[in-house]
Write a protein that binds this ligand. Structure first.
Ligand code: ADE
Length: 388
């Protein structure tokens, strides 16, 4: 911290967030009300033109907010437009066949998000006649909708005075209040949500939610790169005043990711590729994927495995290894491409055309270049020296 003693900062924080103490609450409200009056005019001038900000409905707000969890705005835009065009209502989503739904989500990752979307859509159809309920608690009770998403839909789509507190919003508030509370602590999140809720302006609830997100996404940036010179809150930002912007927010140190080693087998007969449906539970549960095994297998071990699976190997070629990073796990994958005489029936044989139109492959399984332009290219693309 560059200035301001610890006890001073704690005093400021208590003054901002204390809710039992009448005087403290007034100070908190005054400071946060100043944030609202500085932020909304800025949002009016600077908000980005994003697809989900046009022709908003509760349904489109819901879809965009679920997509925006863990995925960048730029990446979401195209997916969002395609999804709401293909499935414009909760009833369409509820009735969508699984493979088609996965194909619409392909590339966004975290497939449990879309499975929960469909589960929730079915409840919305059965219980609420196809319209999302205009009620925070009812939204919160739907599968895949947590505090943040319920708050975002309630405020943005229904104009209710409920904040949506995500990492962006926590960063903005931690800096504005020079609050060194750990933002991974649920009690801190609750405290921030309660303070914000008290200052939501009746006429502009959705705009306050979106403006906080917008400031966090475009100005009050993480990792030592905030654009304080462009910030509408600068005159009242306590971290800016105290020189603590780059120390905030405080986060819990994350445990290192678990490393898992797997071998991925791309098996083709020259026309189709072998896929399996992954076990329902676990990473990428229920997704179509190439067969994988535990551990980094040698070529000889793969050859043995394929023989045991009744494959007649024509060629077997090691492919570049890669690392795929999930939130808590890292996959270190060893990859082989096998051209076989015929794909045994325990696997689903999927053609290039089916892959393009129907079957979604998770990003954790990037297809080898030799297969990329359709399985039919694989035989030609393989080095001849590897023939068995
Ligand atoms: N991130 C999360 N929700 C968002 C929204 N509605 N607009 C822009 N960025 C967001």
């Amino acid at each position: 911290m560059s200035s301001g003693s610890e006890s001073n900062r704690k005093g400021v924080r208590d003054a901002l967030f204390q809710t039992e103490n009448k005087r403290g609450q007034e100070v908190a409200s005054e400071h946060l009300r100043a944030l609202v009056s500085l932020l909304l005019p800025w949002f009016d001038r600077h908000k980005r033109d994003l697809p989900w900000r046009r022709d908003k409905t509760p349904y489109t707000t819901w879809i965009s907010e679920i997509m925006l969890q863990q995925t960048r705005v730029e990446a979401v835009k195209g997916y969002y437009l395609r999804f709401v065009r293909a499935l414009p209502t909760a009833a369409d989503l509820a009735a969508c066949p699984e493979d088609r739904l996965m194909k619409l989500w392909e590339g966004l990752g975290y497939y449990s998000r879309v499975r929960n979307l469909q589960k929730a859509a079915r409840i919305v159809v059965e219980r609420y006649g196809g319209q999302l309920p205009a009620d925070y608690a009812a939204l919160r009770a739907l599968p895949g909708i947590g505090d943040y998403t319920a708050g975002a839909i309630a405020s943005i789509a229904f104009g209710l005075p409920v904040p949506a507190v995500d990492g962006n919003v926590l960063r903005v508030i931690a800096r504005y209040a020079d609050d060194d509370g750990n933002i991974d602590d649920p009690a801190v999140r609750k405290r921030v949500a309660a303070s914000l809720r008290a200052v939501y302006p009746a006429e502009r609830c959705g705009d306050l939610t979106e403006s906080l997100m917008e400031l966090g996404a475009t100005v009050c940036l993480p990792n030592g790169a905030p654009l304080c010179a462009d910030c509408p809150l600068r005159s009242r930002c306590l971290a800016f005043r105290n020189g603590t912007v780059s120390d905030l927010p405080v986060r819990k140190e994350k445990p290192p990711r678990r490393i898992e080693r797997h071998t991925v087998l791309w098996i083709t007969d020259g026309q189709g590729v072998a896929l399996i449906r992954r076990a329902a539970r676990g990473v990428l549960g229920g997704q179509w994927a190439p067969p994988t095994t535990e551990g980094a297998l040698s070529e000889a071990e793969v050859r043995k495995l394929l023989c045991e699976a009744d494959c007649r190997i024509l060629t077997l070629t090691p492919q570049p290894n890669y690392i795929h990073v999930f939130t808590h796990i890292e996959w270190h994958n060893t990859v082989y491409l096998a051209v076989v005489q015929a794909i045994p029936s325990q696997w689903r044989r999927v053609t290039a055309d089916e892959l393009q139109r129907e079957v979604a492959l998770p990003a954790a399984f990037p297809m080898p270049h030799a297969l990329k332009n359709g399985a039919s290219g694989a035989l030609d693309a393989l080095p001849k020296s590897k023939n068995v």
